[in-house]
Design a protein around this ligand. Structure first.
Ligand code: ZN
Length: 343
């Protein structure tokens, strides 16, 4: 099976601010009269980590510039619209784009205005006959100790716009500094509102963080790679059919794993835990969903059956309706077994 020509990819873990391509960044800067007189190579240094990135802290500095550009309704609408158009051209049939509304209020926007601007951009893509991509928006709460009100507002907004473009909530940020348990009450409210929950866990902290996230109602786990260190946690993931949103290149960048060879994807699969493959931050990590699969295939034996299973896992785990999932499964079958042959 040739990755390149497939048009049935799914990405469930993709951050908007870390995934803006250079040309969109240049466009947003021009619209805001921010001078960007530099070469593409120089701009890349601002937006993308080198292969030998030091750690998560260096990784996180790459969000500064795109976030600065994404503080107006116009810029937010433009950024999600342009990104989804790009993803459609890259062969994605479905994706869930996440972002933290509270990081886009620096110029006075309310979180609700931020969310509404993003949903307008999403609607523009879905209404266009040019694009077939389907998408949902995940609102991220941020780990921290002085943003409780902002996090609560995010959860309430996720409840208000659930099914109207928003499909879930997440917890992102410095996992090692702010333990997952600290946010139990916040996610209690998300459960009350019946919002599907995914939580970044087991990336910069251990398996216990994954266990806490599951106990707090997460039905998917962002990364989760350290769960491999605790059989009990693996059993928990299996028991509740909780899927991991793996993001291999990002985990290499932040040194969550030392090398791709050490990446525990096969161990998870062998232990019966279902995994999905995702990009995390396309621009910061200089990746695409195709590249993620290609890199994995260079190191691991991912035969056609497993490849198909990984695509099916993403569909199963998606925060969308059964009707949409059925369409996505049909598209996988068409792409893998009919259309792709002629390409
Ligand atoms: Zn992430």
């Amino acid at each position: 099976m040739n990755n390149k020509d497939l048009h049935c990819y799914v990405d469930l873990h993709l951050h908007l601010d870390g995934s803006l391509p250079q040309d969109i960044v240049r466009k947003l800067a021009a619209q805001q009269d921010i001078s960007l007189e530099m070469s593409d190579a120089e701009l890349k240094k601002i937006l993308t980590v080198p292969l030998e990135c030091k750690d998560l802290n260096e990784y996180l500095t790459k969000f500064d510039f795109p976030l600065k550009l994404m503080q107006t309704e116009e810029a937010l609408e433009e950024s999600i619209y342009s990104l989804l158009c790009r993803l459609d051209r890259q062969g994605l049939m479905y994706c869930e784009v996440r972002f933290a509304p509270q990081l886009h209020t620096r110029q006075g926007l309310s979180q609700e205005k931020v969310v509404k601007a993003i949903l307008r951009g999403l609607a523009k893509v879905e209404e266009s006959s040019e694009y077939t991509i389907r998408a949902g928006i995940i609102l991220c709460c941020m780990r921290g100790d002085d943003n409780g009100e902002a996090n609560s507002a995010t959860v309430e907004l996720a409840g208000k716009y659930l099914g109207k473009g928003v499909c879930g909530v997440d917890l992102a940020g410095a996992e090692a500094l702010y333990p997952t348990m600290q946010f139990a009450e916040l996610f209690e409210r998300a459960k009350e509102l019946k919002i599907p929950i995914t939580i970044h866990a087991g990336e910069a902290a251990g398996a216990e963080s994954v266990e806490q996230a599951v106990n707090m109602g997460a039905v998917r786990i962002g990364h989760g790679i350290h769960a491999i260190e605790d059989k009990r946690v693996l059993e928990l993931l299996r028991k509740y059919n909780i899927m991991l949103e793996l993001c291999p290149t990002s985990n290499l960048n932040t040194k969550a794993v030392g090398s791709l060879k050490e990446y525990p994807i096969m161990e998870f699969i062998q232990s019966g835990v279902k995994v999905t493959v995702n990009t995390d931050n396309m621009t910061v990590s200089d990746t695409t969903i195709q590249k993620e699969f290609e890199r994995l295939k260079e190191v691991f034996e991912i035969k056609d059956d497993l490849y198909k299973q990984l695509l099916y896992n993403s569909v199963e785990a998606a925060f969308t309706t059964e009707a949409v999932k059925e369409q996505l499964r049909e598209r996988i079958e068409r792409e893998l077994f009919v259309d792709n042959k002629g390409r």
